[in-house]
Design a binder for this molecule. Structure first.
Ligand SMILES: Nc1nc2c(ncn2[C@@H]2O[C@H](COP(=O)(O)OP(=O)(O)OP(=O)(O)O)[C@@H](O)[C@H]2O)c(=O)[nH]1
Ligand SMILES: [Mg+2]
Length: 481
């Protein structure tokens, strides 16, 4: 039985990636899935598909209904079925399936020709080709997943690292959704009392004290802020961290890149202004996906090529998740009052003192201490020539991102821009409501802001949604998911 308001047609798609493989899967989902599958499946047991126990695999021939055997002169081959492939068929009765509808999967040989033919047969038997993400969209529309869980399906597929996968799996289990629902229900409860107060304002009855209202809202806004605090790091952990090596010409940025990746990737010379293009290399340290970006050294120059390199270098720094400012230890030691580049506000950065192999050993320690005192932060002495300090640098880089505690906010981390924007809207609306209450504004205005906050939170889980939002989310999926 279709669920109320559920899609009435049955969709089909190839669920495995394009190309050759050991196994390829076509799946169909919808109210007519078993009838459609029965038309193209010939079970070896001669039983009918819909009579089989759900979630069991059965050997079958899958036949073509769309391409009858070419007629020959002697036989009635036009009406004869043509076997596309032999495979296993699994029938999953709704609502115990991914989409919560009846689903049938054909596990065939992993040939695009076979899979396309099976799909064509499904269409000829009454199915429709699925849109990108339509299976997951149905799981959402049928109430099996909330919207944040549906998005976590895509994050799981795209997870580039152990961390990305952990966050996606927690979101898929509904942890973010439950947390946001909880915040929303607090707002909705307060809102209903504010509105009851408006309805009965003539009788001068109050359903919530100003003190309770303020403390309830402050507490919620604080929890939203904590979630927002995880957003920047959460996104970096999911998509990979861009670590930009920056500094003046000749300080050893390209040498550092080469040493960190154990390869002769970037050109190194003693001519200042060697690097022009951005050079990117991907590494995985401590389970974190990291892209190292070597850049052109910053200085005033009349060389147009170098100017363009410097422009790109500045852009790269603006987009970096962590800037590693490389300075030349010898140059710094020569300078009476050394100054360091001012970091872009809000960007994580580290200062690396390179070429320490050139410093007289007895001057090192007091020199480092003096610099740390001046900078009021740790500096990392390294030498790309001897390899000194490189392991410590890797640890320093990864620990800047691993400090994010998964246990903060009960393990809930925000990685999705859509969620972040919605949380910011809720945050602003509640702050606005708070200032209205404190300023003695009419309850009607407070109620407008609380509605806005509840709607913004509702958008995250999809209890408030529009076709536009769904279209945007599911169009990022592949067909067959
Ligand atoms: N002694 C010593 N020399 C180094 C070290 N690291 C780099 N150098 C030398 O410093 C010079 C400049 O190195 P690069 O890696 O090209 O410097 P860069 O910062 O990329 O320079 P630009 O691309 O011009 O901005 C080269 O001659 C390197 O051999 C080090 O740790 N010790
Ligand atoms: Mg360079």
């Amino acid at each position: 039985m279709p669920i109320d308001g559920a899609p009435e047609d049955t969709i089909c798609a190839i669920a495995t990636p394009t190309g050759e493989g050991g196994i390829g899967i076509v799946r169909i989902s919808g109210p007519n899935a078993t009838d459609i599958a029965a038309k193209i499946v010939r079970l070896r047991t001669n039983r009918r598909l819909g009579t089989l126990p759900s979630h069991t695999l059965h050997l079958a021939d899958i036949v073509s209904t769309s391409h009858p055997e070419p007629a020959d002169h002697s036989s009635s081959a036009v009406t004869q079925e043509r076997i596309i492939d032999e495979g296993l068929v699994v029938y999953m009765k709704g609502p115990h399936s991914f989409t919560a509808e009846d689903v049938v999967e054909f596990h065939c040989h992993g040939s695009m020709t076979v899979l396309q033919r099976v799909c064509e047969s499904c269409v000829a038997a009454g199915a429709r080709l699925a849109q990108p993400g339509e299976f997951t969209k149905r799981a959402f529309l049928n109430g099996r997943l909330d919207l944040s869980q549906a998005e976590a399906v895509l994050d799981t597929i795209k997870a580039k690292s152990e961390f990305a996968l952990t966050i996606a799996q927690r979101q898929l289990r509904g942890e973010l959704g439950r947390y946001v629902q909880e915040l929303r229900s607090v707002i909705v409860a307060l809102l209903s009392r504010v509105e009851a107060g408006i309805d009965f304002s003539e009788e001068d009855i109050s359903f919530v004290s100003q003190g309770d209202l303020i403390s309830g809202l402050r507490n919620t806004v604080h929890r939203i802020q904590k979630l927002l605090d995880t957003a920047q790091t959460g996104r970096a952990l999911r998509d990979g961290i861009r670590v930009v090596l920056a500094g003046q010409p000749n300080v050893g940025k390209s040498s550092l890149l080469n040493s960190l990746i154990h390869d002769d990737r970037a050109i190194v010379t003693d001519v200042p202004g060697t690097t022009r293009d951005l050079i990117e290399e991907a590494v995985v340290w401590n389970g974190l996906p990291i892209t190292l970006v070597d850049t052109a050294g910053l200085r005033d120059t009349t060389d147009v090529v170098e100017q363009e390199g410097i422009r790109r270098s500045k852009d790269a720094q603006a987009l970096g998740d962590l800037i590693v400012h490389v300075v030349d230890a010898v140059e710094v030691q020569k300078t009476e009052a050394p100054t360091f580049p001012v970091p872009i506000p809000g960007t994580k950065y580290l200062v690396v003192l390179n070429k320490v192999d050139l410093l007289a050993p007895f001057t090192r320690r007091p020199f480092f201490e003096m610099l740390e005192g001046r900078l009021q932060q740790r500096i990392l002495p390294v030498s790309t020539l001897t390899g000194e300090g490189l392991e410590e640098l890797k640890v320093a880089i990864t620990s800047r991102f691993l400090t994010l505690s998964f246990e903060a906010n009960e393990g809930v981390v925000v990685t999705n821009v859509r969620h972040r924007v919605a949380l910011q809207r809720a945050f602003t609306a509640i702050m606005q409501a708070l200032s209205s209450i404190e300023g003695g504004t009419l309850a009607e205005l407070v109620s407008v802001d609380l509605h806005e906050a509840a709607d913004a939170l509702g958008e995250i889980v999809g209890s408030i949604t529009s076709d536009d939002i769904l279209e945007r989310i599911f169009s990022e999926f592949c067909i067959g998911k």
